[in-house]
Design a protein around this ligand. Structure first.
Ligand code: ZN
Ligand code: ZN
Length: 823
């Protein structure tokens, strides 16, 4: 064993070993299935520290469960279809999809995703994810397209999907409809404008609005039926300024009498209230903002202007004709598209929708049957579902996605679905296998692609298909056997409203079951400004590949273990330094003892262990029990604290100190005692490696390969099982007594160092004072041990009530006081 740990060389060697031996493949880890629904990262730009944070946290669990003897299925996916990828490619290549055309654009998207996937895999392997690299999927692959289209057909046939002319949320920058879950709120400065309309008799009517550019889309005015000022207008008509169009004046109790003038206009569409009124009163649809974000012909003199310019333009025009009475500056929240921050518009468009609103109750109930870690995250899910106001719009007017396997019949307005045997299919390139039921053959391919979440939300099926390598497009419950519900879904909290929600919804729709038993939610990494570090931000010093040059992967993982589940953390250079110290300490501790555990009979337990060994074994067992308890609740941070305490305080500071003399001067001791100590050291050492293995897979494996493999015969530490190392070493009585002895000898050591004496310096007279009469006699029995450790020439024992431990020297006598405190 080398004195120094060369992490760079070692990391490369061990990574190669794990790949060559398929250490983490499910085939090499038989047992009861534990399957993980790994989040497929979006292939849009580089990975950031937040990815490292959440993915290594999942890896702690996977490695732990594997060593518990479960058969871990830990596949890996890449989400490379859909809008995020398109935006990434458009930005990187400086192109616009609609200018390039469909096939050329898809071609470059495929090039970019391939290269991004290679870079991602390399990084994941370096950071030590124990995923099964023989089982990976990509959401644009033929198998996934096939399954996704089959899922659509199944849900269409079951009545969960519909297509209609519906007001949809639309991003004019990305040129596509989006789902409610893709909206963010943004505070913006604006004006509340009081504008003059006319009633049928030419009287002024003042209307307050923040969207004067939509005057051409005005379809009605509303007032509150209790508002005395306006009841006389009921049923009358009003004239829209500048455009001179006539619109009805209608009562509606939702109008806020206090707000503005109490008289409001309804445009198609300025906001969600407009949509509601449009539907309730069956109003006209007048589109004045085009799909390109420019004003349409309907807007007259504003045609061709952007929304912002049109707003300025119309205000100038209103001022010119004295039609603007007042302008008050305000700030208000508007909906923006989360990807590009463009303000969302509402347009009427044929869209595919998934029924959500009428299934809210069932979807809320599903959440109660899943274990949420941490538990409070369930409230976020429920809150989202309860407040949903839209069905899920699953169609997008983009290119690089999975097409709907559908043709529309122009003769009867019906539709023709593809056959499962035809999947995957691009309906624009291949026709249906049969005519429409009306007999019509004038079929037009559906031109939209699916929302990317529509595919990633069937991830349990994607994983099942990977493992069974069979065609599961029938999504048949029996065929899926015991694969679904999966054991665990790890994910970050910002996608509860999308990925978690949609997966719960779709597995319920397909099979009326749960997607997984447990959902484990990680937090985010915040920069110093307490802001989420997102992939779009360039933060070079925190870029994972730069960190991996500077620090061992183990050290970075140690930092990610410091975060507790569901909570955001700030990136901490200090935590990395602590991790660095730990890795060095681990290596040094094993280097210190390595010659004493290599050539021994590890399999025959000694007849007599002796008090020190019984104590450390008892403490190791205790540590393991606490560790297991924490990890079963996915509390990896608490579990690590247990190991930290055991390794630093019990093992290094005390146990090694207590046995040092035995190891280096074995002639002074009974040979059976020395063998017992070496046997214990071997087993406790292996246990320490195992406990740290999920967190620090490299350094623990490197030590295992050097010292343990030839005895244990298992190829990798990460395939050893906790149960094969003795777990039940209960020596409660010895441990209790030893704890007193450890405390008093540690105190003696402390006083020696503070007096700058060598630890071997003899003490002429040591008086041990214990606060428990019964314990005095028992501790006295270990007199020889105490003398050996402290180098005391003469010892005395007494009893005195106390509740603390201390050490002092008075007139050449050392007084060590110890209290019978429970530990
Ligand atoms: Zn957008
Ligand atoms: Zn037809």
């Amino acid at each position: 064993m080398e004195k120094q740990f060369d992490h760079q060389t070692s990391q490369a060697q061990l990574r190669a070993l794990w790949l060559a031996e398929k250490t983490y493949s499910i085939e090499n880890n038989p047992g009861q299935l534990y399957n993980i629904d790994t989040p497929p990262p979006t292939v849009s730009g580089a990975l950031h520290i937040g990815h490292i944070f959440s993915y290594t946290q999942t890896d702690f669990i996977a490695r732990y469960k594997r060593m518990c003897g479960l058969s871990i299925f830990y596949p890996f996916g890449f989400d490379d279809n859909g809008l995020p990828t398109e935006r990434f490619v458009e930005k990187k290549r400086d192109v616009k999809a609609y200018q390039l055309g469909r096939s050329k654009f898809i071609e470059i998207c495929l090039e970019e995703t391939k290269s991004a996937e290679h870079a991602f895999t390399d990084l994941w392997q370096r950071i030590g994810l124990s995923a099964d690299w023989d089982h990976t999927y990509s959401t644009i692959s033929a198998q996934v397209r096939k399954l996704s289209q089959a899922s659509f057909i199944d849900l269409y046939k079951k009545g969960f999907v519909y297509r209609t002319d519906e007001p949809a949320l639309y991003c004019t920058l990305c040129r596509t409809s989006v789902a409610q879950a893709e909206l963010d709120d943004k505070e913006v400065a604006s004006f509340f404008n009081d504008i003059v309309f006319k009633d049928a008799y030419g009287n002024d009517l003042l209307i307050g609005t923040t969207r004067p550019e939509l005057l051409a889309s005005c379809v009605a005015l509303f007032f509150n039926p209790t508002d005395e000022r306006y009841v006389h207008l009921n049923g009358g008509m009003a004239e829209v300024p500048l455009y001179k169009i006539s619109v009805p004046i209608l009562p509606n109790p939702d109008v806020d009498v206090q707000k503005g003038t109490g008289l409001v206009m309804c445009c198609t569409f300025g906001d969600q209230k407009d949509i509601q009124w449009y539907k309730t009163y069956r109003l006209d649809y007048k589109q004045s903002i085009g799909f390109d974000g420019k004003m349409t012909k309907r807007a007259g003199f504003l045609e061709g202007l952007s929304v912002a310019d049109a707003r300025k333009g119309i205000i100038e025009e209103l001022i010119k004709y004295n039609l603007l009475i007042r302008q008050r500056p305000i700030t208000h929240a508007v909906n923006v598209h989360e990807r590009c921050k463009k303000e969302i518009e509402f347009v009427l468009l044929k869209q595919w929708f998934m029924h959500i609103l009428k299934h809210k109750k069932a979807l809320l109930a599903q959440a109660d049957n899943i274990n949420w870690y941490p538990a409070f995250m369930k409230a976020r899910y429920k809150d989202w579902v309860e407040h949903l106001g839209w069905d899920w719009c699953i169609s997008r007017q983009r290119f690089f996605g999975i097409p709907f396997p559908v043709w529309h019949c122009t003769d009867c307005n019906g539709l023709v679905l593809a056959d499962n045997a035809q999947l995957p299919i691009d309906p624009q390139e291949t026709g249906p296998s049969s005519a429409c039921i009306c007999g019509g053959t004038n079929l037009v391919a559906d031109a939209d692609v699916m929302d990317t979440w529509n595919t990633s939300s069937i991830s349990p099926y994607l994983c099942a298909q990977l493992l069974h390598s069979t065609d599961i497009t029938s999504l048949d419950a029996q065929q899926l056997g015991n694969f679904i519900p999966m054991s665990m879904r790890p994910q970050a909290h910002d996608i509860i409203r999308t990925w978690a929600f949609y997966t719960i919804a779709k597995v319920w729709m397909h099979q009326n079951t749960l997607p997984w038993r447990d959902i484990v939610i990680s937090g985010h990494v915040l920069s110093d400004e307490k802001e989420k570090l997102s992939k779009s931000k360039d933060n070079a010093s925190l870029a994972p590949h730069n960190l991996l040059e500077k620090y061992p992967a183990d050290v970075i993982r140690f930092w990610t273990a410091s975060g507790s589940l569901g909570h955001d953390v700030t990136f901490s250079e200090n935590q990395l330094k602590i991790g660095q110290k730990l890795v060095t300490k681990l290596w040094n501790a094993f280097w210190f003892v390595h010659t004493h555990i290599t050539d021994i009979d590890t399999h025959t337990p000694p007849a007599q262990l002796g008090a020190i060994n019984e104590w450390v074994l008892h403490m190791a067992t205790d540590c393991f029990n606490q560790y297991q308890k924490a990890l079963e609740m996915y509390e990896f941070s608490a579990a690590l604290s247990q190991v930290e305490h055991f390794f630093w305080n019990i093992f290094c500071d005390n146990y090694l100190e207590l046995i040092k003399n035995q190891l280096f001067n074995p002639d002074q001791y009974d040979q059976n005692q020395v063998l017992a100590t070496r046997w214990t050291l071997y087993h406790v050492g292996l246990r320490i490696l195992q406990l740290y293995a999920p967190y620090l897979p490299y350094v623990t494996e490197a030590i295992y390969q050097e010292l343990y493999k030839k005895h244990e015969k298992t190829i990798s530490l990460h395939q050893t099982k906790f149960a094969t190392v003795q777990t039940k070493c209960q020596f409660a009585d010895t441990a209790h007594i030893m704890q007193q002895i450890v405390t008093l000898t540690a105190n003696v050591r402390k006083l020696k160092s503070s007096k700058q004496l060598s630890l071997k310096t003899a003490i002429a007279h040591l008086t041990v004072i214990i606060d428990d009469e019964n314990l005095v006699a028992i501790i006295k029995q270990h007199d020889q041990l105490i003398r050996g450790i402290t180098q005391a020439e003469r010892t005395e024992y007494g009893c005195n009530p106390t509740n603390s431990s201390s050490i002092e020297e008075k007139d050449g006598v050392w007084y060590a006081v110890t209290s019978n405190v429970q530990f």
